[in-house]
Design a binder for this molecule. Structure first.
Ligand SMILES: C[C@H](/C=C/C(=O)SCCNC(=O)CCNC(=O)[C@H](O)C(C)(C)COP(=O)(O)OP(=O)(O)OC[C@H]1O[C@@H](n2cnc3c(N)ncnc32)[C@H](O)[C@@H]1OP(=O)(O)O)[C@H]1CC[C@H]2[C@@H]3CCC4=CC(=O)CC[C@]4(C)[C@H]3CC[C@]12C
Length: 276
């Protein structure tokens, strides 16, 4: 997809903001989709920055949790329809330039090994709700709106929603949202369990930080092991999961942190976890 960074621009043009901002705050990496004038529509540049951020989360032991949010009071308006009109994604699929089975920026075919907290203000439409389904803990401002609108434009929810949404909300609701393209508000999303928290507008990021800080204060090995088992056991019979569950759990109990935690409780102090 063409992005402004691919185009030549006059030297006197104002410096364009990066399409995605990445900032570490303590043990939390904050990823902010940053094209508010386009309602944070997903550009190629934005997705490339997000892919690098995901690698940083997975590769840096100092990062224990990630927050994904959008700038300007918006979450994400999905694929950049102008860029798609300039260069239809089908050209990239047909040429083999892009393998749609893995869309790392949208966390399809690639997952974070640490918890991802979504802070949603305003519209999270199509690709916006698609990437939401790759997050773990979710906070919405009361005016946030969700939906998978691809069918409205005779497009396909290539970000994974036809697979994931029926696993995250009741089947008939997933079918209705995917097939009608209608949107839903934060209250309905909370009632369905698509998001876990609804807060006053403008407070989603603060709540996301509060939750992220709770995660970051816990044993990182335990947190990552729990997340791994949740991911690996999804859709499988429980009897097929216990061996892996036990192996992952035993490794956590064998860690130094598993001794530090109970000791800190008994000594009535905060634990100091070192991730080993
Ligand atoms: C398949 C994956 C997902 C697909 C999609 O998401 S389809 C797009 C669906 N999006 C929508 O339907 C939302 C459209 N927007 C709205 O409904 C409204 O704007 C809003 C409700 C979001 C906000 O309303 P508002 O009143 O506040 O604001 P407006 O006045 O409407 O808008 C303000 C301003 O912003 C512009 N705008 C808004 N939305 C968009 C948008 N989506 N695109 C562009 N511009 C937008 C609007 O025009 C106004 O502008 P103005 O000038 O002021 O009038 C895909 C997701 C990612 C894809 C992959 C990306 C990487 C790839 C690269 C390749 O080369 C191969 C393909 C691929 C892998 C590609 C594959 C497909 C995806 C996975």
């Amino acid at each position: 997809m063409t992005t402004p960074s691919d185009a030549t621009s006059p030297v006197d043009a104002p410096r364009e903001e990066p399409h995605c901002l990445v900032e570490q705050v303590g043990h939390t990496l904050v990823v902010t989709m940053n094209r508010p004038a386009r309602r944070n529509a997903l550009s190629g540049q934005m997705l490339r920055i997000m892919e690098d951020a995901w690698d940083r989360v997975n590769g840096d032991d100092d990062i224990r949790v990630c927050i994904l949010t959008g700038a300007g009071g918006y979450f994400c308006a999905g694929m950049d329809l102008q860029a798609a009109d300039d260069k239809p994604p089908s050209e990239s699929f047909e040429s083999g330039e892009f393998d749609p089975t893995v869309i790392k920026g949208l966390l399809k075919g690639f997952r974070l090994t640490k918890p991802l907290v979504a802070a949603v203000e305003g519209p999270a439409i199509a690709g916006g709700t698609e990437i939401l389904q790759g997050t773990d803990i979710r906070v919405a401002g009361e005016s946030a709106r969700f939906g998978v609108a691809e069918a409205r434009w005779s497009l396909y929810p290539m970000g994974g929603s036809a697979v994931r949404l029926p696993r995250q909300v009741p089947y008939t609701v997933a079918a209705e949202l995917l097939l009608t393209g209608r949107t839903l508000g934060a209250a309905e999303a909370k009632a369905l369990g698509l998001v876990g928290h609804v807060v006053p507008d403008g407070q989603a990021l603060a709540k996301a930080h509060e939750l992220a800080d709770m995660v970051a204060a816990n044993g990182p090995l335990a947190v990552q092991a729990i997340l791994r088992t949740m991911r690996d056991s999804e859709g499988r019979h429980e009897e097929d999961c216990w061996a892996a569950d036990a192996a992952v759990g035993a490794a956590v109990f064998s860690s130094e942190d598993a001794k530090e935690g109970p000791r800190a409780f008994l000594e009535k102090r905060k634990p100091v976890f070192r991730g080993r």
